[in-house]
Design a binder for this molecule. Structure first.
Ligand SMILES: Nc1ncnc2c1ncn2[C@@H]1O[C@H](COP(=O)(O)OP(=O)(O)OP(=O)(O)O)[C@@H](O)[C@H]1O
Ligand SMILES: [Mg+2]
Length: 1138
């Protein structure tokens, strides 16, 4: 079972829930509050409503641990706390998807703002976490210090009094994580900007700025740190105990940054705050005009100048706006001067407007930052912290508005509380009888009624043409509201107040739900009109300051609107109406704040003050309504959980439905049936004493149970201890046994190892012995086998050897025998041969002797000749056989020949040499081809022609006769020449044609065919001369080593017209030989003569010229040179060969 901490009913100081108060009376109620207050129990419930007493001291009940304690716990489970209410609201928002609102009411200083902050911080602590969520939470929480700085002020009732109404909707997603929020603000008490009652201060921000801003910032804002320099700051309570303005300023700046204000926005805001302060210092003096009226003038223009500089306003424009007022009516514009009082009025109106618009802009700006981004449906928790009900000595329009708002809240409280109660009974199917209570709807009606309500009268008066003053307004009220039971006025038609001296003439009194409040009508009309001269708003619009411009849109001359703006009262009524409608759609959660004393001091409980609040808050009625039906209700499950120990059937576990369990419980406890009712989900207990009875039984039971638990616990503890000891003993024993067994085992193991080792040793040795024996046996067998095999082998060897020996012996013997036989035979044969030889020798000798005897007779007659012939024959035989083996090689040019052996063979020897040479030449020739043969024939012909006749010849022998030196058929240069010669060219060579005139040569191509000799130009290939071979008679050459030759033509022939040709060629021998050979063939066997002489005649045309060859000095290089000596002689000098 879950162990719980303190319960609502545990260790109760007084009664935690007033519904359980017994007996119920105003005294016991207040006594209960006091008792709890004295014991620092500042929260008490009336059912689900939380009464919060302001402790005026810091309490240790808001720690994170407390948050955890109250988190996810049922409302009545723990002692009363604002966290329980916050948790209930948050959980039903998150889990039941019900929009919630937290309505915090109470008079000024009762702790509403603190309570709202506690609720917000609790929700922030218990809802989801994460970077984005934390940022949203931080922004929502940090919006408070900013709004408090600009909207709170010290009043006589509260050092941090909210001077505006605030309603904040916090939006959550389906998981219960905050998404953002929207703040609505209600009517700031702006009159405070220009004037504060005694003992009060202006809004905190002015003091915070002057105390906390750096010197530099102040310089920029043209401000002085000294509060006394500013008319708008009251001095008597400039410093508030427990408030550190300088630190607060830093907190505010930091909060503005977190909320998302840009640096330039913060600067603009501070400039406006500074401007308001400066504005308060502007003073006016009268200046008489000629028409006798006074006109206001700015006294000291320095502050005006500085203010204009701060806001970027042209000084003259503002100055004029303080002296003149322009009224526009239809198309007319009328300018009137302002007197000093009007100028001050205008100045203050501007300051108030400036500040209140700045405040509204700040709220809008915060809303921009904190608005939820997601477009999905949100769950909403609204927290309403509105200025509390106020009764001052001097109450004006502001208090009237504030108290009206509180009336409306009271109204909604009454309505919703009763409705909720009523609805619960219907929901739970419980019988319900109506309860009487004071309904303040009548007061609300007095104020807000459309036709004759005070606000409607005020508006009517403000809009009425003619002279309208506060007095005319009061007159109207006196007429219209005279009969209203909550309206009191000295001059009303209701005569009962005529003598009431507590009612001044210029005042009216309203009996609010929270008490009577006397309102002075002075300023009602003005404040309701809330007019700012158009000149001023236009001056502001002209400012070169974006924020100021933005705050005064009506100053835009392009958008002049002649329609009157709605009055302040009208606007407030409308916004309160919207707020109420909004609250009615949500599930309400109430925190009723009570102020224990007027001194803002801890531990003081002023009974009369508390009593007054208890009364006007209708708390007693609240309790009565709650108790009229049933004093206490609880869902079946927690009820069963709490009291199940009172019945044996339900203790310790009840298996069935919770309701049946509770029924069982009640029946068992014999609670009278009229004391309770069973609802659908809850049990309703009519009297608190029944609950106390249950609680008492529970307390007793708890004691028994505690004893039982103690007993069981002790038993359990002893048993656990015993079991632990037992377990430990088992563990120890187990460990010891294990240790002993381990040791025993080790010992046995060692012994076993020894025995094992011995056995194994013995077995091993046995085995070794056996193996050795086997090995020896095997070795013996092997040895025996080896010996046996050896013996066998040796025997075999011996046998084989013997066999071989025998064989060898046989062979040897055989050989010996054969040898002996052979030798014997040889000897015999030799003997026989010798004998035969001897016989034949003897025979031959005998024959010789016989022949010689015979032949002797013939020999003597023919022997000499025959021996000679025989000897000659033998010599010739030997000579030829010797020659055969010493013959020289087959080369025809080999000159070797064996030496002749006998002189008488000289002729034969030479002849044989010749024959051999001819034979080998024949052999050599027989190997020739036809071409080679022709070449050799030509060479032979050349030798026949020139050998030993011309000195040039020997050098030509080794040169092959090539014939076509110019390769005329292949060379494309001579293609034309070749084609002009029809026959086959047998010789083509370059020759020099000697000119008779100077003996110099001109190159010509000489072609020789079978029929012609052709001379052609070497360069052009053109035929110069063509001589038919039969026309050639002879060729003349010298005997010397030169290439000159003359072709001599047949006289009378066609070719001879130009005469003979004297030519020189490098291949003279070949040319002449070929010419001779072909020429002879061409002229039908007639020989072409070759004349070889050193002087011959050459026929040049008609002349015969002698060509003479002389031997010149040896010369290097080219051969012979030809010179003309005279007409008849050409001399060719041939160098002698070296
Ligand atoms: N729970 C609390 N614990 C400690 N001090 C508290 C608590 N509640 C209120 N106070 C003290 O009481 C002062 C006034 O409280 P708070 O400003 O909340 O009053 P209020 O009801 O909002 O008044 P007003 O209507 O003038 O705004 C606080 O400044 C604080 O000093
Ligand atoms: Mg407040």
């Amino acid at each position: 079972m879950e162990v719980k901490t303190k319960s609502l009913l545990d260790n109760m100081i007084g009664v935690g829930d007033m519904v359980l108060l017994e007996p119920l009376s105003e005294d016991s109620f207040i006594e209960n509050l006091r008792k709890r207050f004295d014991h620092n129990e500042i929260y008490t419930y009336i059912g689900s409503v939380v009464i919060s007493m302001n402790p005026y001291k810091s309490m240790l009940i808001y720690s994170p641990e407390k948050v955890e304690e109250y988190r996810n716990r049922n409302f009545y489970e723990l002692s009363p706390h604002i966290y329980a209410l916050a948790d209930e609201a948050y959980r039903s928002l998150r889990d039941q998807d019900k929009d919630q609102c937290i309505l915090i009411t109470g008079e000024s200083g009762a702790g509403k703002t603190e309570a709202s902050k506690l609720v917000m911080s609790y929700v922030a602590a218990v809802c989801g976490k994460g970077q984005e969520v934390n940022k949203v939470k931080e922004q929502l929480l940090q919006s408070n210090p900013v709004l408090e700085a600009f909207g709170n002020a010290k009043t006589v009732r509260n050092d941090n009094s909210s001077r505006f109404g605030k309603y904040m909707d916090i939006e959550f997603d389906f998981k219960g994580d905050p998404l953002g929020g929207v703040i609505s603000n209600y009517l700031l008490e702006k009159s405070r900007v220009v004037k504060q009652p005694r003992g009060e201060r202006n809004f905190h921000i002015f003091y915070q700025l002057l105390s906390g801003a750096s010197d530099d910032t102040l310089k920029k804002l043209k401000l002085d740190r000294d509060f006394s320099k500013y008319n708008y700051l009251s001095l008597d309570s400039a410093v508030v105990n427990g408030l550190d303005d300088a630190t607060s300023f830093r907190t505010v700046r930091n909060a503005m940054q977190i909320v998302g204000f840009m640096e330039d926005e913060v600067q603009s805001v501070l400039e406006l705050v500074a401007a308001v302060l400066k504005l308060g210092n502007i003073e006016f003096k009268p200046e008489s005009r000629c028409n006798g009226t006074d006109e206001s003038r700015v006294k000291d223009k320095n502050d005006l100048k500085e203010m204009c500089e701060l806001l970027g306003i042209e000084q003259s424009v503002l100055e004029r706006a303080f002296s003149y007022r322009t009224v526009e009516a239809k198309l007319e514009k009328v300018s009137t001067t302002l007197n000093v009082a009007q100028a001050y009025y205008a100045r203050d109106a501007l300051a108030k407007n400036l500040y209140s618009r700045l405040f509204s802009w700040i709220v809008t700006r915060i809303n921009e930052s904190i608005k939820a981004q997601a477009k999905t449906r949100h769950k909403v928790m609204g927290v309403l912290d509105i200025y509390g009900f106020e009764i001052f000595d001097d109450n004006s329009f502001e208090q009237f508005i504030i108290n009206y708002c509180n009336e409306k809240l009271q109204q909604i409280f009454i309505e919703l509380t009763l409705r909720e109660e009523q609805e619960e009974y219907i929901r739970e199917d419980i019988e319900w009888t109506n309860i009487e209570y004071f309904n303040n709807a009548i007061i609300c009606d007095l104020i807000e009624n459309h036709q004759n309500g005070i606000l409607a009268m005020l508006d009517e008066e403000c809009l009425r043409p003619g002279t309208v003053t506060d007095e005319t307004f009061l007159d109207k009220l006196n007429t219209v509201c005279a009969q209203h039971q909550h309206f009191e006025s000295r001059l009303s038609k209701n005569s009962k107040f005529l003598t009431d001296h507590s009612l001044p003439h210029s005042c009216f009194r309203i009996q609010h739900y929270a008490g009577k409040v006397l309102y002075r009508v002075e300023g009602f009309v003005d404040k309701n009109n809330d007019l700012l001269y158009r000149d001023l708003s236009q001056a502001m619009y002209k400012a070169n300051h974006s924020l100021i411009k933005h705050l005064f849109p009506e100053g835009n001359p392009a958008k002049v609107n002649l329609k009157r703006p709605p009055t302040a009262g009208f606007q407030f009524k409308a916004s309160v109406g919207t707020l109420m409608r909004n609250l009615q759609t949500k599930n309400p959660n109430y925190i009723r704040c009570i102020k224990p004393n007027d001194k803002k001091a801890p531990h003081i409980f002023t009974e009369s003050l508390v009593c007054h609040q208890v009364r006007y808050l209708g708390l007693m009625e609240n309790v009565r309504v709650r108790r009229a039906g049933y004093a206490f209700r609880q869902a079946y499950e927690p009820c069963l959980e709490r009291y199940k120990m009172l019945c044996k059937r339900t203790w310790p576990h009840w298996r069935g439905p919770a309701r049946e369990g509770v029924e069982m419980l009640m029946a068992d406890l014999q609670v009278p049936a009229e004391e309770f009712s069973y609802g659908r989900s809850k049990i309703f207990i009519r009297n608190p004493r029944t609950l106390f009875f249950l609680e008492e039984r529970r307390r007793q039971c708890l004691q028994d149970l505690a004893t039982l638990i103690q007993k069981i616990y002790r038993g359990w503890k002893c048993r656990t201890h015993f079991l632990l000891l037992k377990k430990s003993q088992i563990v120890v024993a187990a460990w010891y046994r294990r240790y002993a067994q381990e040791k025993k085992y080790q010992k046995i193991k060692r012994a076993t190892t020894v025995v094992q080792s011995y056995t194994r040793g013995w077995q091993a040795r046995k085995l070794l012995r056996e193996l050795k024996h086997q090995k020896r046996c095997k070795e013996a067998v092997t040895t025996i086998a080896a010996y046996w095999h050896g013996t066998q082998a040796r025997m075999e060897l011996r046998r084989l050897k013997q066999e071989v020996l025998n064989k060898h012996a046989v062979t040897v013997i055989w050989a010996y025998w054969q040898g002996t036989k052979a030798r014997r035979e040889l000897r015999q044969l030799k003997e026989a041969a010798r004998n035969k030889h001897a016989v034949s020798v003897i025979w031959a000798g005998w024959q010789g002797t016989k022949v010689r005897r015979e032949y002797r007779k013939f020999f003597r007659a023919n022997a000499g000749k025959k021996i000679y012939n025989f000897t000659i024959q033998r010599i010739m035989q030997k000579y030829f056989l010797g020659l055969k083996s010493t013959l020289p090689s087959m080369s025809p040019i080999d000159k070797n020949w064996p030496v002749r052996p006998y002189i008488f063979l000289d002729g034969v020897h030479t002849e044989l040499r010749r024959i051999f040479h001819l034979w080998r030449c024949k052999k050599y020739r027989s190997r020739f081809t036809e071409d080679k043969k022709a070449v050799y024939e030509e060479k032979l012909e050349a030798s026949e022609l020139f050998k030993d006749k011309k000195a040039l010849y020997p050098s030509s022998v080794s040169q092959p006769f090539k014939g076509d030196y110019l390769e005329i058929s292949k060379n494309p240069k001579y293609q034309k020449l070749n084609s002009s010669v029809d026959e086959k060219v047998l010789l083509a060579d370059v020759v020099n044609k000697i000119n008779r005139a100077n003996g110099k040569g001109a190159t010509r191509i000489l072609l020789l065919t079978k029929k012609n000799v052709v001379l052609a130009d070497q360069k052009t290939g053109q035929v110069k001369a063509s001589v038919a071979l039969p026309d050639l008679t002879s060729v003349s050459v010298s005997t010397q080593n030169d290439g000159f030759f003359a072709l001599r033509l047949k006289e009378g022939s066609a070719s001879a017209v130009k005469g003979d040709f004297l030519l020189s060629s490098e291949h003279l021998i070949e040319t002449i030989t070929k010419l001779h050979h072909i020429g002879s063939a061409a002229s039908d066997g007639e020989q072409l003569n070759v004349d070889i002489a050193d002087e011959f005649l050459v026929q040049f045309k008609q002349d015969k010229v002698c060509v003479k060859f002389i031997q010149g000095a040896p010369k290097n290089g080219n051969g012979a040179s030809c010179k003309r000596k005279n007409n008849r002689l050409l001399e060719v000098s041939v160098p002698a060969s070296a």
